[in-house]
Design a protein around this ligand. Structure first.
Ligand code: ADP
Ligand code: MG
Length: 728
């Protein structure tokens, strides 16, 4: 009998939900482990507090003396909460978060000790960074890396450690993390959008990008998950036959949350409250054992930090509940994968959501300006947006087995489609007073505040307008949101800059009125942006054909998708906006392509190992049992055995066929790997892994899954899909 699988099953059946205490109101504990404004008022001088608030609101620098005051207050607060250590907390390009703890403790003369944490320790650290991905930046410049405090994301305590959100950069200034380019992109959307807002309201001083992510994940019993080497090492199942019942009955979505999962969620949400992560929504997702957590949206930088932090604490909390969280985009073949919708909007310091239709024609013209510019930006940079969500794991969703497709398109709904149609026929040049009044009253002024057809209805659209925000749905569940957010905010910033230039030209050179100029530019944008608008089923062969005709990209694999990251247009875009220089763009491309190769390489090795060391020996063992049986029948019945052992004989032969196929496929896969491992050019290597190594996965799986169906259940060593997915 296969011991590990059955031992794991036994363990998993003994589980009971943990008891979670929720004695205090959530509103009372919210943010209690965060050095937020309330804590700062208590622990900082007025001067120090103002220093931080100014830095957050206006991006001003915090001087040394002020930093000294802040660090002292922060330390006192942290120690009062039981913290013993501090760490600079950052997001290197591994995708995970990084931290290195130092104690506040320091010795002094005479064998005594004190607690110390000064301004310089708050502001800057030098983690030994040589093992973080850098894409050649450090080699080229021989630069060390350092972390620098990001005061726009508040410090927090996790466990007994004060965590200080920081950026991570090389000494030569190149970004080595996700946060640095994001902060720069947020700055550029702020200045570009603020400039455009001034057409409508002179009082606007700042525009912030807002992000509300929706994190999907699977919860799998710990014992069951660890009985599968593929889950442990790659985060997904490489083998496994679909269970007789999957998600076809649609009985999981929004269903009752199983009690163990519920206890996990409550425990997790408790942690979220303490850390100031505004967790709001929880529900079952489409697949069995798949769930979602969504917070209230926040300023994008903070939201990104909160998502990274959440992904980290989810695993820790899950351990207490004997669960493993699978963040992988496609942990199970044949059941729904996981994404992370990025809900995005722009908001002014006067509290106006620029992507929400308003009450007056003027506010609606402002809404349309931002709405249409976003669509135009997506059209111009659709390929770059696709690249921003490319990864080996997300390839299983995009354009492979499920929606959304690898083709980027925008869904806007019927009502707004009609509005755009009307605007398209606006007169060229100056508008007559009658036309303008008519437009404002009957078109722009008639946009309802609540758009009825902009719900979650079209789930196949990768980029949908949902009433007061755009929802970038193609983002993968395991991704750091900083990457797509950097790209989205950058491309919209660039588009808004271009828009302003065009409008100003019409005002200055053609002496048009502001509104006339805006209508004129928007009309042209609507005409040219139609190719990106698509309301239909994004996951259909017809759309693929249609999209091709329209000239939209359809990059199904990561190596294909990433190429645009080093195209001149991309490098120029980021360089001109000050988001990334050429070296940074190239380094990121290299890191991502390298990561792709490594992921496929690991999966290939693990698959080869499981196939040869688990599947084939089990098949041989079962075949021997059959042979023994057939030999016995022959001994007893003589010539008659053939008719009696027909079934067994067929099985013996079929098993041999599958064993033979697996062995030769694994051999060929290993040979392909060897061939491309010697390839010096990483682009060719990635292409080789993608086109010549990865295709073996499905073929090997096919034979293994067939064997799974034939072999005695008691012998099968790998925990089955039905056990992984339906034990909770
Ligand atoms: P659902 O998509 O499940 O119907 P919602 O669309 O209401 O739910 O919200 C999903 C996510 O969108 C949540 O994280 C929410 O905070 C976020 N969200 C709502 N409004 C905005 C907005 N104006 N800007 C950014 N995110 C938003
Ligand atoms: Mg949504």
């Amino acid at each position: 009998m296969s011991t590990l699988r059955f031992h794991a099953l036994k363990e998993s059946l003994k589980r009971v939900p943990l008891v979670i205490n929720e004695k205090q109101r959530r509103s009372e504990i919210f943010g209690s482990n965060v050095f937020n404004e309330t804590a700062m008022r208590q622990y900082l001088s007025k001067h120090a507090l103002n220093g931080i608030l100014q830095a957050v609101e206006k991006g001003t620098k915090i001087d040394r003396v002020t930093a000294e005051h802040i660090s002292t207050g922060m330390k006192e607060w942290a120690i009062s909460k039981g913290a013993t250590h501090y760490t600079h907390w950052f997001q290197p390009l591994t995708g995970a978060t990084a931290e290195k703890h130092d104690a506040f403790f320091e010795t002094t003369d005479g064998g005594l000790a004190i607690e110390r944490f000064d301004g310089s320790q708050l502001v800057q650290q030098e983690p030994d960074a040589s093992s973080f991905p850098h894409g050649g930046i450090r080699n080229t410049f021989e630069a060390r890396g350092y972390t620098a405090w990001d005061p726009t994301s508040p410090a927090f305590i996790y466990g007994t450690t004060l965590c200080i959100p920081t950026v991570f950069v090389a000494y030569t200034g190149e970004a080595l993390d996700y946060k640095t380019p994001l902060l720069r992109a947020l700055q550029s959307i702020d200045s570009a959008a603020t400039a455009v807002c001034k057409y409508f309201d002179k009082n606007v001083r700042k525009v912030s990008a807002l992000l509300g992510w929706e994190q999907e994940y699977f919860l799998i019993d710990n014992a069951l998950a660890t009985s599968r080497p593929d889950i442990v090492l790659t985060g997904r199942t490489l083998l496994g036959h679909s269970p007789a019942k999957g998600q076809q009955l649609d009985d999981h979505y929004f269903g009752t949350i199983p009690s163990r999962a519920m206890a996990f969620m409550r425990d997790l949400e408790n942690e979220c409250m303490l850390l100031g992560i505004p967790a709001k929504t929880r529900h079952n997702e489409v697949a069995p054992n798949q769930f979602e957590l969504a917070p209230i949206y926040e300023e994008a930088n903070l939201a990104v930090d909160h998502n990274s932090l959440l992904m980290d604490i989810m695993q820790k909390v899950a351990k207490r509940h004997n669960f493993l969280v699978l963040m992988h985009e496609k942990p199970f073949a044949g059941v729904n994968g996981s994404g992370k919708h990025n809900n995005w909007s722009l908001s002014t310091d006067t509290d106006v959501n620029l992507l929400s239709p308003g009450k007056t024609p003027m506010s609606n013209l402002q809404f349309l300006t931002f709405f249409i510019n976003t669509i135009k930006a997506v059209l111009t940079y659709e390929e770059l947006l696709r690249a921003a969500i490319a990864s080996a794991s997300n390839d299983h969703r995009l354009g492979a087995n499920e929606a959304p497709p690898a083709i980027i398109s925008v869904f806007i709904g019927e009502q707004l489609t009609n509005v755009l149609q009307e605007l398209e026929s606006v007169t060229k040049g100056k508008l007559s007073p009658k036309e303008k009044t008519d437009l404002k009253l009957n078109v722009v002024g008639k946009i309802p505040e609540i758009l009825l057809d902009n719900t979650d209805r079209n789930r196949t659209s990768p980029f949908a307008f949902t009433g007061n925000k755009f929802e970038f749905r193609a983002v993968g569940s395991s991704a750091n949101c900083a990457n797509p957010m950097t790209v989205l905010n950058s491309i919209v910033a660039k588009q808004l800059i271009d828009f302003k230039v065009e409008v100003d030209q019409l005002i200055d050179k053609k002496s048009m009125k502001k509104d006339d100029a805006i209508f004129n530019v928007l009309r042209e944008y609507i005409k040219s942006s139609k190719t990106i608008l698509f309301e239909g089923n994004g996951y259909s062969p017809e759309w693929e054909k249609e999209a091709k005709k329209r000239g939209l990209s359809n990059n199904k694999t990561t190596p294909e998708a990433l190429k645009v990251k080093i195209a001149k247009s991309t490098i120029d875009l980021f360089e001109n906006l000050g988001v990334m220089n050429k070296v940074e763009s190239q380094a990121r491309y290299e890191i991502e392509i390298e990561e792709y190769i490594l992921r496929i390489q690991i999966e290939s090795r693990v698959l080869g190992d499981i196939a040869r060391n688990h599947v084939v020996p089990t098949a041989v063992r079962y075949q021997n049992i059959l042979i023994e049986n057939v030999t016995g029948l022959k001994n007893i019945f003589g010539d008659k055995f053939k008719s009696l052992a027909q079934e067994q004989l067929t099985l013996i032969e079929e098993i041999s066929g599958h064993i033979e196929a697996i062995n030769s496929l694994v051999t060929n896969m290993v040979d392909a790997r060897k061939l491309f491992n010697n390839q010096g050019d990483i682009n060719k290597k990635a292409k080789g892994y993608c086109e010549k190594v990865k295709p073996f996965f499905e073929q090997i799986r096919y034979h293994s899954d067939k064997l799974e169906l034939m072999i005695d259940d008691e012998l099968w060593p790998l925990t089955k899909y039905r056990e992984l997915l339906f034990t909770n």
